[in-house]
Design a protein around this ligand. Structure first.
Ligand code: 3UK
Length: 513
């Protein structure tokens, strides 16, 4: 297993060690207007940590809210809070006041550091959650003035324990209130030393890029922690929607990309205009990676997409195959250090080949912050993720659906994502979402919401063609009896398809007709 010293402040590992060992001149964080080498990053972190403790009265254990897009200053404030022994509560830039007030109240946060361009919404949140007494902004000179004091360039890291909580990451809350997941100092290293070292296998000359916000642990690990653990560089372009991401990969000659399957599909359309030949590793997570997407990306770029399932609760990816062991369509193998199994409702292990609930354990995992849902999530020390999976005889894990996304139609269990994967293999389909719609005869029917590629018309003939395509590819009872052509699909702030929102639309459409 992974073992770390009893006293541990991770900023020593991610930042200061590189300077101490002669890597201070290497690029650490590359933003649109500035590039910081490790020495510059270390000094900026120290200056902010001094502001936090000397000017703002922060003490170890305090929770600090961060609000910014993926920028070099977001990275610096993040490490400053950790170095001062605080607990980071990073928030997605697109959150509105009501959504910001929730973590402030729940985590009792008194202090926030915020990019000045995003402060208005936070001020509204402050009225709803008055426990937030102090907001300090950067970009407008406020934090900068405080940072630039003489003597602020050095900062002694807080003497934290390896199992001191250092991060509370809130889930995106697809069902119910968001949950605050608490992670330890050592967890930030563990994901790098497990997935990073054993599956990803990046090198110090790699340049990492990606689209998930740093407030989403997929982005934190993939874009910041994995590169900084090994002295590599992290690229943070100004814009990361798929066309901008493709442009930034070309401009910065990025070598490793972390994003969701949807973004890879969208970038496929840009390959003619963009030179992505610098890429050598592409990681896909957040949602199931359909085989059609894997095949199309490999065909176009020569690179396999590395699928991996992660969760906010587990901090990062816990199942995913190294590049030489990928089986297209499967999520992969447990990351070394993690164990995974398939269990029934009572937690009893199921034989290989039988779909059931995915349970995992390993060096990371979490406690929820003051939340009775903890009791449902942990079963005999195993984390139960809420996904339906099966394991094959070779030990590979195959995603079926979120457990609450299974469609039951005329007694058949149908996994919506399997029908989606099949539809995505059709040339007319750009994106789709498949859910159960209420039906008096069959209980539910399979209903597909389909976003078409340019040049295709959503008419009855195409609907019929899509139905025939599904019937010819997978068991015919799974075909979508209803197809709706749409121009957008509902997504969470982390970019996941909101199947519950589609189900609600399907329910309303069923009652209206
Ligand atoms: C789903 C996947 C199939 C699955 C995340 C990488 O997504 C992350 O965290 P969240 O808490 O969501 C967790 C849930 O998302 N999922 C994620 N990856 C896959 N389903 N195949 C996949 N490859 O339902 C899981 O339970 O938002 C991903 C790293 C860190 C993360 N936090």
């Amino acid at each position: 297993g992974l073992s770390y010293p009893e006293r541990l402040n991770v900023v020593t590992e991610f930042v200061d060690r590189h300077v101490a060992e002669g890597r201070g001149e290497r690029d650490a964080v590359i933003g649109p207007s500035d590039t910081w080498n490790y020495r510059a990053l270390a000094e900026t972190v120290n200056r902010i940590a001094n502001v936090l403790t000397r000017d703002l009265g922060m003490v170890p254990g305090n929770r600090v809210l961060l609000r910014a897009a993926n920028t070099p200053m977001m990275v610096a404030t993040y490490f400053a809070v950790l170095k001062a022994g605080g607990v980071v509560v990073a928030t997605m830039p697109m959150l509105r006041a009501g959504e910001l007030a929730y973590p402030i109240r729940k985590a009792k946060i008194g202090l926030a550091l915020c990019d000045a361009t995003l402060v208005d919404e936070l001020k509204v949140a402050q009225r709803l959650a008055p426990e937030l007494s102090t907001i300090v902004t950067w970009g407008d000179g406020a934090l900068e003035t405080m940072m630039n004091k003489a003597g602020y360039e050095h900062f002694e890291p807080a003497d934290t324990a390896q199992d001191d909580v250092c991060l509370i990451a809130f889930t995106s809350g697809t069902t119910g209130e968001p949950k605050g997941t608490m992670h330890f100092q050592r967890d930030l290293l563990a994901i790098c030393d497990a997935y990073g070292a054993r599956v990803l296998k990046a090198a110090p000359d790699d340049r990492f890029i990606g689209s998930p916000p740093l407030a989403f642990t997929f982005g934190l690990g993939g874009i910041v922690l994995f590169p900084l653990r090994i002295g590599a560089a992290c690229v943070l372009p100004a814009k990361v929607a798929p066309p901008d991401l493709a442009e930034a990969i070309e401009r910065y000659r990025a070598t490793i990309c972390f994003t969701a399957p949807t973004a890879y599909r969208a970038m496929l359309g840009k390959l003619g205009e963009r030179d992505l030949s610098s890429l050598r590793i592409c990681v896909s997570a957040g949602e199931a990676l359909p085989k059609a997407t894997f095949d199309a990306w490999r065909e176009a770029t020569g690179l396999p997409l590395m699928d991996g399932i992660g969760a906010t609760e587990m901090l990062h990816i816990f199942i995913g195959a190294p590049r030489d062991k990928i089986r297209p369509g499967s999520t992969g193998l447990p990351v070394p250090g993690y164990e995974a199994k398939i269990v029934d409702e009572d937690g009893k292990e199921l034989p290989d080949g039988t779909p059931g609930r995915l349970a995992v354990r390993g060096p990371t995992g979490c406690r929820y912050l003051a939340d009775p849902r903890q009791a449902k999530y942990i079963l005999d020390g195993w984390n139960v993720t809420g996904d339906t999976y099966l394991r094959d005889r070779d030990g590979y894990f195959w995603y079926q659906a979120r457990s609450d996304d299974m469609i039951i139609s005329a007694g058949y269990n149908i996994a919506g994502p399997e029908v989606e994967a099949c539809l995505l293999a059709h040339e007319a389909v750009a994106e789709c979402g498949v859910v159960g719609a209420p039906c008096p005869e069959r209980g539910q029917i399979v209903k597909a919401y389909v976003l078409l590629r340019e040049g295709f018309a959503g008419d009855a003939a195409l609907a019929k063609a899509l139905q025939d395509h599904v019937k010819a590819s997978i068991a015919p009872y799974k075909y979508p009896r209803a197809i709706a052509f749409v121009t957008t699909l509902p997504k969470t702030s982390t970019g996941k398809l909101q199947r519950f929102a589609l189900r609600e639309i399907a329910r309303q459409e069923a009652t209206a007709s």
